[in-house]
Design a protein around this ligand. Sequence first.
Ligand SMILES: *Cc1c(COP(=O)(O)O)cnc(C)c1O
Length: 439
Amino acid sequence: MVSTLHYPVNQEGHLTIAGADAVELAKEYGTPVIAYNIDLVRQRARKFKDTFDELNVKSQVAYASKAFSSIAIYQVMKEEGLSLDVVSGGELYTALKADFPPDKIHFHGNNKSYQELEMAFDANIGCIVVDNFDELLTLRQLTKERKQRMAILLRVTPGIEAHTHTYITTGQQDSKFGFDLGNGQADEAFRLVYDDEYIEVLGLHCHIGSQIFETNGFVAAAEKLLLKMQQWNETYQYTCPVLNLGGGFGIRYTDEDEPLSPEIYVKEMVLAIKRLSNESAFPLPEIWIEPGRSLVGDAGTTLYTIGSQKKIPGTRHYVAVDGGMSDNIRPALYQAKYDAKVANRMTAPTNHIVTIAGKCCESGDKLIEDLSIPEVQTGDILAMFSTGAYGYAMASNYNRLPRPAVVFVEGGQSQLVIRREVYEDIVRNDLSLYESEEK
Ligand SMILES: *Cc1c(COP(=O)(O)O)cnc(C)c1O
């Protein structure tokens, strides 16, 4: 892959990230390290929010935090006035640790445990996105027992197949998520709770996929969901105030990707919903969206140190780095494509075609195939771009590799926000067979 994308370079010929020299970052924090351009994160967050404001629509932009969850990123989103999606007790715990306003937290998931739901009630979060009948019944019970109100959205599968990678599509009928919109399940769910004493039905939610580069899928979904809310309005005289269209806005991983700007996604959605609402005389709902990848994905760059190389004449030239599928499983899991450059040789001619290999004991642990780079040697720094979403979040200790450090860079200044794991962390939960003798 010959990249034609341009990345900022300083006078030393080094890559810069939010104004900081990437080679210096690698030196200071060690490698692998994931460096986030927080200037870019803030810029994206504002674009999503401001576009709704400019169009005069009530909205909530919720950061879908499974993309990258940490106390510091939650603090950034809080500063930017965003809401927050969590999908587990662990993410909720992290949000509360970050002092995220509970009323702006939304809880997702297809199998929330009783204990996780109790945690959400204890924290008095803003909304639970209900996924199935079992959860709905548990919620009815919990609200009654605790005499505590809870706002909910009903997650539905609208049967829309977004244009994206099939492994990560969730909007089709055959999905583990949500009530089916077409076969009456969503109607049944609504009928069960719309007049409940404690449960307040805010409206409908769908998430039609990920890494989507077109707006027509969102518009089609909005149409289906709005029609359903309008039907319920006629049948039950109940007006749902919220329409949540999920996330999935695409980003650029390689120069084959051509994402739309946040403004375009939001504008097209809003215009369609305004038109539909006008046509049907159904009051314009609040519009909620849930960007994950598009807030943090291309803001993240992983810096690795290059180690050994293996040349198989006529076949392949492997260049290995000091991380791999343990800090980024997406290439192995989804055949995800990435771009990379040698951070300390940004101006050198890229005349070698190599495969970037990780250091894990799996032949499939290849991060990038057929990448054009300059001649490299041990100690050079490889910068792999757009690793900010579903990278660290999916990291593991496979081969007992410690998880990398994470730093935030803003206006040229860097700050450690997740410490690199050390070997002591690796054995933290291990118990010795001979524990009693050792003590
Ligand atoms: C994963 C997810 C998102 C975010 O998806 P991105 O592709 O990261 O924008 C939003 N909403 C729901 C319900 C999700 O599961």
